[in-house]
Every structure is written in structure tokens, then in C-alpha cells.
Design a protein around this ligand. Structure first.
Ligand SMILES: C[S@@+](CC[C@H](N)C(=O)[O-])C[C@H]1O[C@@H](n2cnc3c(N)ncnc32)[C@H](O)[C@@H]1O
Length: 191
């Protein structure tokens, strides 16, 4: 496990809320309207989904690939489905999609093969999960829908913005926070 992963993982099968989770939840709670249908992809513990639902009154549904995460989120009262990214989500349905993705760049051979790797590793570029998400999220968005995506400087905000543009999205940075080992940005992506 890398140092960064060590700081984030802390010997659990489910990613526990950290700075990135708090930042995404705070910005989402400011943006989401009560009548929105919100999807949180990769909900982990369910912390972001629970906060956004509680603070806005919106209906928030969630997905995660990790069955332990699905159980943890369900135990918080989150409506959750076990799924790979957006696979089971119906076309043109979501007003807002939230995602705090796995984004740590991980060299080939440095993977550590457990649910924390699924939560943290973004492959060699840091964008191995972000890129297919950006390629598919347009399908599930309602006509005026938008995405709030948490991006780290470790992943490369410019590269994410360029990939989003290839899928027809404009990006606006809503909030930045700096930490000793990275800075975190919440991007709003809209068509
Ligand atoms: C950085 S954690 C964020 C967890 C939580 N949203 C938070 O902010 O605290 C990334 C989450 O995405 C999930 N994930 C990774 N790949 C996924 C995929 N292909 N489909 C759905 N969820 C995925 C992981 O299991 C993990 O729970």
C-alpha cells in the first residue's frame, strides 16, 4: 500500500469519509435543490449521500461496486445499488450526479488488490475510472442535469477537463482546497 493509500485506507473494506468526502458533500449541499433526483456514484460509507439528502431534502440514490460499501451505505439509510459506475441507471433520469472517484496514480505492480485499492487507485494515470465515467455520464443526465466531480491535483485537473470536453461538457471549478500533499477541486460539468 502506498503512503497516500495508507493515509486514506486505514485497514477497512470501506473508504471512510476524509477531506475529499467533506468537500464534495459541502459543495453538493449548496448546489442541489430539493426537487432534484441525485445519484452518488461510488458512495463508499454513504456519508456524502446521507449529508446531501439530509441538508437539501432531495432524493439521493447511490451506487458502489463494493458490496461492503453498499451495506454500510444502506445502514445509514441510503438507497443503494451494487453496480459498476452507471450501468443500471436509466437514461435521462438524473438531475445531479456526484462522484468522488478513485484517483491515486498507481504504478503497474504497485497495486495491492483489495477493496481499498478499488476505492483509491486510478491506475497509472489516476484517471482509469474517471475516463469511462466521463464517457458515460451524459447518458444518465436529465436535459439540464450536471455533474459534481471531485478531482485531485495528483490526477491532473486539466487532463480531466479535457476529457470532459471530449464528451461535450464544460467545466467550472466551484471550490479548491489545498493540503500538504495535494489540492482538491470540485468541478461542475454541464453541457
Ligand atoms: C474515494 S472513494 C469515495 C467514497 C465516498 N463517496 C466518499 O466520498 O467518502 C471511491 C468509491 O468508489 C467506488 N468505486 C470504485 N470503482 C467503482 C466502479 N467502477 N463503480 C462503482 N463504484 C466504484 C469505491 O468502492 C469507493 O467506495
Amino acid at each position: 500500500m502506498t503512503d497516500l493509500a495508507d493515509r486514506r485506507g486505514i485497514e477497512t473494506d470501506v473508504y471512510q469519509p476524509a477531506e475529499d468526502s467533506h468537500l464534495l458533500a459541502t459543495v453538493a449541499a449548496e448546489q442541489v435543490d430539493e426537487d432534484n433526483l441525485v445519484l452518488e456514484v461510488g458512495t463508499g460509507s454513504g456519508y456524502v449521500a446521507e449529508r446531501v439528502a439530509g441538508e437539501t431534502g432531495a432524493r439521493v440514490v447511490a451506487s458502489d461496486l463494493n458490496p461492503h460499501a453498499c451495506r454500510a451505505a444502506r445502514d445509514r439509510g441510503v438507497e443503494v445499488v451494487r453496480a459498476d459506475l452507471l450501468d443500471p441507471i436509466r437514461t435521462d433520469t438524473c438531475d445531479v450526479v456526484l462522484f468522488n472517484p478513485p484517483y491515486l496514480p498507481t504504478e503497474e505492480g504497485e497495486e495491492w488488490d483489495d477493496w481499498m485499492e478499488v476505492a483509491l487507485s486510478g491506475g497509472e494515470t489516476g484517471r482509469a475510472v474517471i475516463d469511462p465515467f466521463l464517457g458515460n455520464v451524459g447518458r444518465v443526465l436529465a436535459p439540464d442535469g450536471y455533474v459534481l466531480l471531485l478531482v485531485s491535483s495528483l490526477t491532473g485537473v486539466e487532463a480531466v477537463v479535457e476529457t470532459a470536453a471530449e464528451s461535450g461538457f464544460s467545466a467550472v471549478a466551484l471550490r479548491d482546497e489545498s493540503y500538504p500533499f495535494e489540492s482538491l477541486t470540485v468541478l461542475k460539468l454541464h453541457r
